[in-house]
Design a binder for this molecule. Structure first.
Ligand code: PRP
Length: 173
């Protein structure tokens, strides 16, 4: 399946990430910020966002959640496949996602992490597909709102392919 229609160029992504980082730096009190990257899709975004942030104590942690398998739409079943290995109690935590679609993944994750009593818990997503929302979820930092198209690249996959593209492309049906 070809993915040749560019929706967001790598330059646009990098510009927006710098703006998001400035906003985050303004909002957060000095001290560590725990970036919780939700694998696999957000691994490239978190790498760029972390480097755009200026304070030295940006802590990068990973969780893995599975909901899609190899399908193109959410199965609606969210499964934790890798938990954090740090205690986030009392810390500033920012969940970093590549895309919010139905909102089911983040609703599950937010509830799970709230129970661990972080000082604050917010969400940063590169992409948001508001038309697809099933579960409403408050997202503080959004890179781009996009239409309801299946997108790949910059960490996002279709059946594990295309994650390595520098830009975000629409997968042709
Ligand atoms: C994608 C994405 C989010 C989730 C969003 O992950 O990274 O975690 O789907 O969808 P939702 O809002 O409908 O829950 P995916 O399950 O494709 O796994 P991956 O990140 O490993 O590619």
């Amino acid at each position: 399946m070809p993915a040749d229609r560019v929706l967001i160029t790598s330059e646009q992504i990098q510009t927006r990430i710098r703006e998001m980082a400035e906003e985050i730096e303004r909002d957060y009190a000095p001290g560590p910020i725990y970036l919780v990257s939700v694998l696999k899709g957000s691994f490239i975004f978190v790498a760029d966002l972390a480097r755009a942030l200026r304070r030295p104590n940006i802590r990068i942690e990973f969780m893995a959640i599975s909901s899609y398998g190899n399908a193109k739409t959410s199965s609606g079943q969210v499964r934790l496949t890798r938990d954090l290995d740090v205690n986030i109690e009392g810390h500033q935590v920012l969940i970093v996602e590549d895309i919010i679609d139905s909102g089911l993944t983040l609703t599950y994750l937010k509830r799970l992490l709230e129970q661990r009593r972080p000082k604050s818990l917010e969400i940063a997503t590169l992409l948001d597909k508001p038309e697809r929302r099933v579960a409403p979820v408050a997202v503080k930092y959004v890179g781009f709102q996009i239409p309801d198209e299946f997108v790949v690249g910059y960490g996002l996959d279709y059946a594990e392919d295309y994650r390595n593209l520098n830009d975000i492309r629409i997968l042709q049906q």
